[in-house]
Design a protein around this ligand. Structure first.
Ligand code: CMP
Length: 396
């Protein structure tokens, strides 16, 4: 093997087209060949270092910090045999512009700053190649910076849009709450005033009238309490972790159905419950589960037609427990279905029927069910009814 077919010389002649064999020889003599295992950091960004490298065998990765802390890093380039690096800091007498790390066992020709400077003054082809590459790298950096800025601007626009949507939802929420509170509050206070007025005039209600007035006031106040409880529960859910213990879903259903019976709905419906005799245990938080399943049942009843039927079925399927709550009510249209779990989303009108609500029920249900590693699915047909299916992992 002659000297000019030796690996360093051959690589140099390929790496710097136009370089004479003499220039390549001088370059080789100015440097030392060194080998490094994969993962060796040869240049460290921001450090003052004084070695120029030409890759003979192997390869390196060039990376740059995106933020000052260095927690986010941008990959700039992979360099292979015949490529060089470390020239920028030397030419500019500045710290390293990037970090360079071997990604495989790599041999390099290392040239120290003094020899590098001397080589530049005697080798026009090396100077030209370096100049061209530095320009390319600076251009590439510019292009990447502009692209990064474009991406960041896009992300900012999306974040801004999301904030604006949240702000809109929040103000909608406040308006809805104010309305929802005002209606039952006005009704309750109206009835109580009337009772007071009649008593003052010595024309008090008789027993049945009084009972009816008080019942209306009570039911309106109950509505307010439910609303306030839901709002508090949503706030709590974001702050407090649930308390898990073995819970029998049969007991949850019993409590939920009993709760729905004690509530007065505008449209009475029949509720049929099918549960197995064995306990169906999951690991859960009784209070949140009652609320989550209660909200599903509440919707099923609320959106049923008067005299309709709501069916609750609980069963074990392999290692899962499945709950289905079916109604034959007004149903949900396809365009609305994807939004029904959104916080504050509520359907207030279907045809001529008006419905109350602030849109917290199902969002609470989904959050609680997902906290329990369960799943909730909804199938619905407008005008035919809705099936809500919930699945939990059974515990034993
Ligand atoms: P230097 O700044 O001395 O040390 C890190 C080296 O990474 C740098 O010189 C270049 O040789 C090399 N590098 C390769 N591509 C780039 C790039 N796009 N930007 C900055 N440095 C790069």
């Amino acid at each position: 093997m002659t000297e000019d077919t030796l690996p360093p010389l051959r690589t140099l002649l390929k790496a710097f087209p136009g370089m004479s064999v003499d220039e390549a020889r001088t370059l080789t003599r100015s440097g030392v060949v060194k080998s490094y295992p994969a993962g060796t950091m040869l240049c460290t960004e921001d450090r003052f270092e004084s070695v120029f490298y030409i890759i003979l065998i192997g390869g390196v990765q060039v990376t740059k910090k995106v933020n000052a802390a260095g927690s986010e890093v941008r990959h700039l380039k992979s360099l292979r045999s015949g490529d060089f690096f470390g020239e920028m800091a030397l030419i500019q007498e500045a710290p390293r512009a990037a970090t360079v790390t071997t990604d495989q066992p790599t041999s390099v020709l290392e040239i120290h700053k003094e020899d590098f400077d001397e080589l530049l003054s005697v080798s026009p082809s090396l100077s030209r190649a370096l100049m061209q590459e530095v320009i390319n790298r600076l251009r590439a950096n510019d292009a990447m910076a502009i692209e990064d800025l474009r991406i960041k601007a896009g992300e900012l626009a999306v974040a801004y849009q999301r904030l604006a949507e949240q702000e809109y939802a929040r103000s909608e929420f406040l308006t809805t709450i104010a309305h929802e509170l005002r209606t039952p509050l006005s009704a309750a206070s109206g009835f109580l005033h009337l009772v007071q007025l009649r008593m003052g005039r010595g024309a008090a209600f008789d027993g049945t009238e009084l009972e009816q007035a008080l019942q209306t006031a009570t039911s309106n106040i109950e509505q307010i309490i439910t609303l306030v409880n839901d709002i508090l529960f949503v706030q709590e859910m974001d702050l407090i972790l649930p308390h898990y213990e073995p819970v029998d879903l049969n007991a949850v259903i019993t409590a939920v159905v009993a709760g729905s019976k004690s509530r007065r709905y505008e449209n009475p419906v029949a509720v049929q419950v099918f549960v197995p005799s064995e306990p169906l245990m999951i690991s859960g938080d009784m209070n949140s589960l009652q609320r989550a399943i209660g909200a599903i049942l509440d919707n099923a009843i609320k959106f049923s037609h008067p005299g309709g039927l709501v069916e609750i079925r609980l069963e074990r399927i392999d290692d899962k427990i499945r709950l289905r709550i079916c109604d034959q009510g007004v149903g949900i249209s396809d365009d609305i279905l994807p939004h029904i779990f959104d916080r504050f989303f509520h359907v207030d009108r279907v045809g001529s029927r008006l419905f109350r609500g602030v849109g917290l029920g199902l969002s609470i249900s989904r959050q609680v069910i997902e906290q329990h590693h369960g799943q909730i699915r909804v199938n619905s047909r407008l005008g035919e009814g809705t099936v809500v299916e919930v699945e939990f992992f059974s515990q034993g």
